[in-house]
Design a protein around this ligand. Structure first.
Ligand code: SF4
Length: 118
């Protein structure tokens, strides 16, 4: 077969860069799926009740030791981090919380910001 004189050579270096960029962009959602809140929580430092903000909000790792009171129709003994609207995962013993960014709270903990998850 005779080659056409109008065919330009393919720039493989440029093609590799473009394919690499496309692959990186395409994999971003996969990374987000893999980095679930549970996976993120595993990387987070556990919130200490001695943390100044935790103290200010009466955070306890064990809700039964916290000064809970009935709130908005939810009895005190049914209030935990795992059913609070601010917790950011449905699984795991330690979970991210919007009130304590960068820390993980105990699923059975409690603080005075507790609000029933909707
Ligand atoms: S805001 Fe909710 S999830 Fe976060 S520490 Fe307080 S009770 Fe727990």
């Amino acid at each position: 077969m005779k080659k056409s004189a109008n065919i330009t050579p393919v720039d493989f270096t440029r093609r590799r860069v473009l394919l690499g960029t496309v692959a990186t962009i395409a994999s971003a959602p996969l990374v987000n799926v893999l980095l679930t809140p549970r996976a993120i929580a595993a990387e987070l430092q556990h919130l200490s009740p001695d943390d100044p903000t935790a103290k200010a909000l009466n955070y306890h790792n064990d809700a039964s030791e916290a000064p809970r009171a009935d709130r908005a129709g939810t009895p005190a003994d049914e209030q935990f981090c795992h059913n609070c609207q601010f917790v950011q995962s449905q699984t795991g013993d330690w979970r991210p919380c919007q009130i304590f960014p960068g820390k993980a709270v105990n699923a059975n903990g409690w603080c005075s910001s507790w609000t029933k998850a909707g």
